[in-house]
Design a protein around this ligand. Structure first.
Ligand code: ACO
Length: 318
């Protein structure tokens, strides 16, 4: 049997930081409201001219360095993003060119906040079938570009950034299982309506019914935790670290309670980064690897929920 394992991680944040207090002068909000409802204290936002591919490239180079690899060692590139630099070529193709790699498959994957989990699931299947040996999987977003900066219900929640992992073929897992789901019935709760030929060409900003998304997210993430543990025949106590999508500290706490996991075993970056969509899990993962919290051999559960709705999980022996 062929499995995939995680070789190295990397991440990158734009230099510009915006605190909750800074937002008080932009929309009708207070720093206290934002922190108490979400756990967010600040976020990083791109500056003019800085693109999703810039963030992706920096994160990818750090993940390659951590893996001891050259870009030419990679034979699959997947970028999970909802905010590509351009309609096409994909951000993955732009990244491939910047890394000086030629010929291997490279494509974007769009599952909003669940994008990284989806991308790991797809890359794992490429590796398990022998179609790839070393995959670069990036989650990168410039969500600030699709926010309505007059809508206090959304603009205070998000940030920009990128995270990356390199997966390599191995004799043992590595990635134990991935679980991917979607239900398009919830489109009206969370969307950017604008598109081509659908009658909303100019509606290019995010619209969200936050409290309804919150309720569905908490119950759905509870179910995905059960599904993941049951499929692997594991107990809650087997999990060493929860690396959740970083949307809201209250959603994260609810999932940790479901796992009977103390918050010291949960990687939390939402206070520093806000919700960076597809970038949030690899950013959190990389931070906890680099500061020494996550050690080789530990069992990690990653889970995410986002627009679509999409949701999913990755169970991995690091
Ligand atoms: N500052 C001050 N007041 C605000 C703000 C703000 N920034 N935003 C909303 N309010 C007000 C509302 O207008 C409302 O006022 P009202 O009672 O007078 O009508 C009040 O605060 C409460 O609003 P709720 O939406 O009910 O507040 P809630 O406690 O649900 O918190 C939040 C809102 C933070 C958005 C929460 O619902 C949430 O985190 N939802 C989930 C978001 C998420 O996980 N999204 C999925 C991933 S995102 C993706 O896939 C791209």
């Amino acid at each position: 049997m062929i499995y995939s394992r995680i070789l190295g991680t990397g991440s990158h944040l734009p230099a510009r930081t915006v605190t909750n207090a800074d937002l008080e002068s932009i929309v009708d909000t207070t720093a206290t409201w934002i922190f108490e409802r979400t756990g967010i204290e600040k976020r990083h936002l791109v500056s003019e001219g800085e693109t999703c591919c810039d963030l992706a490239e920096a994160a990818a180079r750090r993940a390659l360095d951590a893996s001891g690899l050259q870009p030419s060692d990679i034979d699959l590139i997947i970028v999970a993003t909802t905010t590509p630099d351009q309609f096409f070529p994909s951000t993955a193709c732009l990244l491939q060119q910047r890394l000086g790699v030629h010929g291997c498959p490279a494509f974007d994957l769009q599952a909003v906040c669940t994008g990284f989990v989806y991308a790991v699931g797809v890359a794992d299947k490429f590796i398990r079938t022998g179609a790839a040996k070393r995959a670069l999987v990036v989650g990168a977003e410039t969500l600030s570009r699709i926010l309505n900066w007059e809508d206090r219900g959304t603009c205070v929640l998000f940030g920009d950034g990128a995270g990356a992992v390199v997966l390599e073929a191995a004799d043992e897992p590595g990635i134990i299982s991935t679980h991917l789901h979607a239900d398009g019935a919830y489109k009206d709760l969370l969307q950017v309506p604008g598109g081509l030929g659908n009658g909303h060409p100019d509606a290019r900003f995010m619209e969200m019914k936050g409290n309804e998304v919150f309720r569905v997210a908490v119950t759905t993430l509870g179910r995905i935790v059960d599904e993941t543990l049951d499929a692997a025949g594991l107990a809650k106590s087997d999990i060493d670290w929860l690396i959740p999508h970083q949307a809201n500290i209250r959603i994260i706490q609810a999932t940790a309670r479901k796992l009977d996991l103390p918050m010291e075993r949960v990687v939390v970056t939402v206070s520093e980064h806000g919700n960076t969509s597809a970038a949030s899990i690899p950013l959190a993962f990389d931070q906890a690897v680099r500061d020494g919290r996550i050690q080789r051999g530990e069992l990690l559960l990653m889970e995410a929920f986002g627009g679509g709705f999409t949701w999913g999980s990755v169970l991995v022996r690091y």
